[in-house]
Design a protein around this ligand. Sequence first.
Ligand code: F6P
Length: 531
Amino acid sequence: MNLLMQTSAWPALRSKAIQLSRVHLRNFFEQDKGRFARFSARYDGWLLDYSKQRIDDETVTLLIALARELDLASGIRALAAGEEINFTERRAALHMAMRGRDGGSHSEVVRDCRAALEHWVRQIRNRELLGATGQTITHVINLGIGGSDLGPRLAMEALEPQVDGPVVKFVANLDPAALHLALRDCKPAHTVFIISSKSFTTQETLANAKAAMEWLADGLGSAAVGQHLFAVTNRPAAAQELGVPAQRCLFLPEWVGGRYSVWSSISLPLACAIGMQAFGEMLDGARAMDEHFTSAPLDRNLPVLFGLVDFWNASGLGLETLAVLPYSHLLRSLPAYLQQLEMESNGKRCTSTGDLSRVPTSPVVWGGSGIVGQHAYHQQLYQGTRMMPMHFIVSRGGDDERSRMVQLNALAQSAALMRGKTRDEAMEELRNAGLSEQEATRLAPHVACPGNQPSTTVLMPPVSPRALGQLIALYEHKVFVQGWLLGINSFDQYGVEYGKQMARALASGRLPADADASTRGLFAAIDGDQG
Ligand code: F6P
C-alpha cells in the first residue's frame, strides 16, 4: 500500500475535501478579511497568492502535516545531496548542481562542462569560429526535442530583448517542413548545427541530423561537414561516430534529467544568443530559488506551498486539469515547457512501493498567453461545467500603460472567475441595461457565471535572466514536492519509451503480427489505398 494512504493526515484531508465541496470561494472571502494575508507568501520580490484556492486554515495545516509525515524535508535534502532520488534508474537528479556555485560533489564535471560551453560560446559570439570555407558563422540551428529543445527555446523567447548573438533557430519536429523552413535563409558556409540529444538515440533528432548533414555536404562537400557540427550529449562516442569532432561534443551528465537540463550545455544555442553573462544570471536566479527551497520552513517555502496546493487540487480534490496562464508575452512558451516538466515528471501511476497510486497524479497541464486566451478559451472557464484550476503568472514592471492593463487583466480574470456572477446579479445587470423583466428573465441563466474557479497568482519580478531562472526552478521544485507526496518517481519516463518502440516497429515497414485492425487499416490507407 503506498505511503500516502498510511498517513494520518490523508483521511483528514479526504474529509476536508467533502466539507469544502459545499463552500463557494466567494464565501471564504466574505467571511475572512485576512485570507489574502494568511494564504500568500513572499520571497525576494516574488509573491505567491494561493488565497483563491479551495483551502482553509485546517487544510493548509493538514497539508503541511502530510508533508511532515512523508518527510518531505528529507526528500529535499536527498535531492540536493545527489542521492539516488531517481529510484527506478538508480540515479541522482542533480540539476541543482549544474547551477551550483561549486557544483558540490560533482564540481569537477560541472566546471568542465561550463568551461567547454564558455569556450564555444565565445568562439561563436566573437565570430572566431570559421566554417570550412573560412566564413564566419552567422546561423546556429539546434536539432533536439523535449528537454533538448523546450528549455532553451523558452529562454530564447523570454530573453529575446537580451539576444545579441548569431541567428539561433530550434528544430524539434521530424516533419521535413520544420528543418526546411529553418534553412530557408541559411547558407551552409555560415551555418552550424547543434545535435542536442542526451541519449543520442532519439529518432526524430537523428533523422533531422542526417538531413542537415546531407544539406551541408551538398553545399560544402562531405569532408567539410564535421566543421559545421556540434553535439550536446551523454554519449560523445556515438556523436563522434556520426561525424561530430570530439572537441565539439559537449558533455551532458547522466544525473541531469532531460526536462531538467536547461542549466547544462543543452543551452549552448541559448548562450550563443544571449551570452554567458546573461546565462550565468539565469543560473544565479535558479540557485537563489534552490537556496530558498532547501532552507525556508515548509510553511513559508514558495515551491513547497505551490506544490502542496497543486497536489491538493489534483490528488485531493481530483481536479483533472491545470491551466498555466502567463500574463507576459515573453513567457508565452511557458505552458508548453511545463507540459513536459509536469506531465513527463508526474504523469505516472506506479509508486515507490510498486503499488498503483490510489489517487490521481499529474493533472493535464494546458494554457497559453494570458491576455490572448481571454479571447479563446476563457469562456469555458467562466461558464463551463468543470472546475479548472489556474496559475496566473504576472510579471511586475513595464512603464507602458499596456503593461499595467495586462497586469490588471490577470487580477480581474482571477477575481471574476473566483467570484462568479449569480443569476440575481445577472438579472440586475440586464435590467440596468434596459431589458424588460421578461427578456432579463429569459437571458439571466445564460449570463450568470458559477465562479468558484480556483487559482494561484504568482507575482514575479520583471522578466530577466535571473527572474526566469527563479521561475523555472520554482516549478521544478513544485513538481518535486508533488511527486514526493504521491510517492512517484518524477525523474524517469518509461511510458514514452514504449511509444518509441511501437514507432520503430512500424517504421521498419513490417507490422507487428498482433497489430490491431485499426493500425492495419490506417497503415494500408496512408499510401492512398482506399480499401
Ligand atoms: O520524451 C522522452 C525523452 O526522453 C525526454 O525525456 C527527453 O527530453 C527527450 O525525449 C529527448 O531525449 P534526448 O535528449 O535523449 O534526445
